[in-house]
Design a protein around this ligand. Structure first.
Ligand SMILES: [Fe+2]
Ligand SMILES: [Fe+2]
Length: 149
């Protein structure tokens, strides 16, 4: 496989279709997708140092976001919390793998493929696992429980 065989990476931007109906969660999702898009842009340009810094920044946002969600799950005794946490762990491990291939690969075809795989997994997570807890978020707001921070 050569560089030119690998399709362009398309990173979706946040849209209202992804809205969870909560400003904190939506803001974190939007911030994360922006950071992911930045990583993709840098991989296309091929500056290893900048790519690694951008992955670190993206990972920090993602970790913080997962902690937000997991605190919320505890506060509402979300029944799918364990499964959801495993999904988060898997996604964080994919980020570590991307960092590894950025270090190890000669060109940037492998990081691009790894990022494409991660992006698909993240989108699946946002549209399936996260959407599954949306009704609980709505319930929390109706009850006027503490805002998720
Ligand atoms: Fe999320
Ligand atoms: Fe999540």
């Amino acid at each position: 496989m050569t560089e030119s065989d690998i399709p362009e990476l398309e990173i979706p931007e946040w849209t209202p279709a992804l809205s969870m109906g909560n400003a904190v969660i939506d803001g974190e999702h939007r911030d994360f997708l922006g950071k992911l898009g930045h990583v993709a842009d840098l991989i296309a340009r091929g500056d290893r140092r900048q790519i690694k810094d951008a992955i670190t920044a993206m990972a920090a946002v993602l970790k913080g976001h997962f902690e937000t969600e997991e605190r919320f799950f505890v506060s509402v005794a979300y029944p799918q919390a364990t499964t959801h946490r495993v999904d988060h762990l898997t996604l964080m491990n994919l980020v570590i793998e991307i960092e590894g291939v950025v270090d190890d690969s000669e060109d940037f075809s492998t990081p691009r493929l790894a990022l494409a795989h991660f992006t698909q997994s993240v989108i699946d997570h946002l549209t399936e696992a996260d959407m599954a807890y949306k009704p609980y978020l709505a319930q929390l707001e109706r009850l006027e429980a503490p805002v998720v921070v």
